[in-house]
Design a protein around this ligand. Structure first.
Ligand SMILES: Nc1ncnc2c1ncn2[C@@H]1O[C@H](COP(=O)(O)OP(=O)(O)OP(=O)(O)O)[C@@H](O)[C@H]1O
Length: 400
């Protein structure tokens, strides 16, 4: 979709902003360009929409040499989102979002309808925010408008230059998550500039790690973290790359442990017997459709008089079950799993198939999380699927 062939940009003062760059971005792919300040990321991006002209080499968009395309026509095929969003202060949010449809000569009603749809898509209710002016929005909301505006004419390509750079880390984290969901829905070809390796790793299908004017490594996030191509890349991704890897390693079903499972309407005595047989301290509680409800300890509170593993325990699991807040869908990252454990001060989290169905799949414990991480590192090193990796030592600490 976007192809660079031996592209260089030299400024008259002799600065080589980029030097002999060749790479290709596939249709629907999100590539992050990451590197320290001044290494040529923005220059690379601005050459794609001809805000900067290369001194050597050629750039192709969908097979067309862009030097032969009128820059104004070209920019209509390319959405552009920058850090200082550049919203028009005297136009409403809806008018700002409809800018490009307006320039393209769409009928006003059609442009506004499209703008409203896009605002909705980026999480801003058009009936609430549509008539506001940019100064009446938070920084994060302004960025969302910037994204909606860039998408308004449905361009196949998006260029994003540190779009979330100016907001605080919490908002930034949320915007990244929203953007990933949006991208899963719209499937644009995206070049995304950032100087933050964590952002690059989280968002990119592939990452281009820039040194001075050159790409040092162009690879999937796990590969950049797992096998840095040069000492420079290793240094840039940092000594804590194992930790960063948590954010690109998804929870898989094979990572999960299967604790005893009981149902809400099971008699308590039966549940207690099951726990005793398994030697477990707790069991997961499901409803009649196997959806996660919560958990039950081996000695439910209030039932101490009748120890649960004695036949005197009466009633059903329902009366003693506790709700479980610490859960995630399969496919969420190990980092999210770890964060969820910390947030809920939980020794394990429940993993379900999907949020909508809530079907219980198993639990992830810290030991299992560690194993999953080690298996993923090993799998990358040997280029095999994670399920094929057998660990030599497994360090689980259970009562079993
Ligand atoms: N008009 C110009 N004249 C001379 N040198 C320039 C000009 N514009 C940019 N440069 C230089 O080109 C190099 C690459 O700049 P570029 O903006 O692409 O870097 P960047 O990686 O995007 O950095 P940042 O993260 O700080 O935005 C820098 O050394 C910069 O000083």
């Amino acid at each position: 979709m976007i192809r660079f062939e031996h592209v260089s940009k030299r400024y008259p003062d002799g600065t080589a902003a980029v030097d002999d760059l060749s790479f290709e971005v596939a249709r629907g792919e999100l590539v992050t360009l990451v590197g320290p300040s001044g290494c040529g990321k923005t220059t690379t991006m601005k050459m794609v929409n001809r805000l900067i002209e290369p001194t050597e080499g050629r750039i192709f968009l969908d097979g067309d040499d862009i030097s032969a395309i009128d820059p104004v026509q070209l920019r209509r095929r390319i959405g552009y989102v920058i850090q200082q969003v550049g919203l028009f202060p005297h136009r409403t949010v809806l008018e700002n979002t409809a800018t490009v449809p307006h320039l393209l000569g769409w009928k006003r009603a059609k442009g506004r309808a499209r703008a409203a749809e896009l605002l909705d898509l980026v999480g801003l209710d058009p009936s609430v925010y549509g008539d506001r002016y940019p100064e009446q929005l938070s920084g994060g909301q302004r960025q969302r408008v910037g994204v909606a505006r860039a998408l308004a004419a449905d361009p196949p390509v998006l260029l994003m230059d540190e779009p979330f750079g100016a907001v605080d880390p919490v908002v930034r984290d949320r915007l990244q998550g929203e953007f990933l969901r949006l991208q899963a829905a719209v499937g644009k070809t995206v070049l995304f500039v950032t100087h933050d390796i964590e952002e690059a790793v989280r968002l990119g299908d592939r990452i281009a790690v820039y040194g001075r004017g050159r790409i040092e490594q162009f690879d999937a996030p796990a590969a950049v973290l797992g096998a840095p191509a040069t000492p420079y890349v290793a240094d840039f991704v940092g000594a804590d790359r194992g930790l960063k890897r948590l954010s690109v390693t998804p929870i898989e079903e094979g990572d999960l442990e299967q604790p005893p499972v009981v149902h809400l309407d099971d008699p308590l005595a039966g549940a207690a017997a099951k726990l005793a047989r398994a030697g477990a301290r707790w069991a997961v509680v499901l409803d009649s459709e196997d959806r996660l409800h919560g958990w039950i300890p081996a000695a439910p509170s209030g039932a101490q008089d009748t120890a649960p593993d004695t036949p005197e325990a009466s009633g059903t699991v329902r009366e003693h079950a506790r709700r479980m807040e610490a859960w995630l869908p399969v496919g969420a990252s190990l980092k999210q799993a770890f964060a969820t454990m910390l947030q809920h001060d939980a020794g394990w989290i429940a993993v379900i198939d999907r949020e909508e169905t809530g079907r219980f799949l198993g639990v992830l414990t810290p030991a299992r999380l560690h194993e999953a991480l080690r298996r993923s590192i090993d799998a990358d090193g040997r280029a095999v699927p994670r399920t094929d990796v057998e660990l030599e030592t497994i360090s689980t600490v259970t009562r079993r």
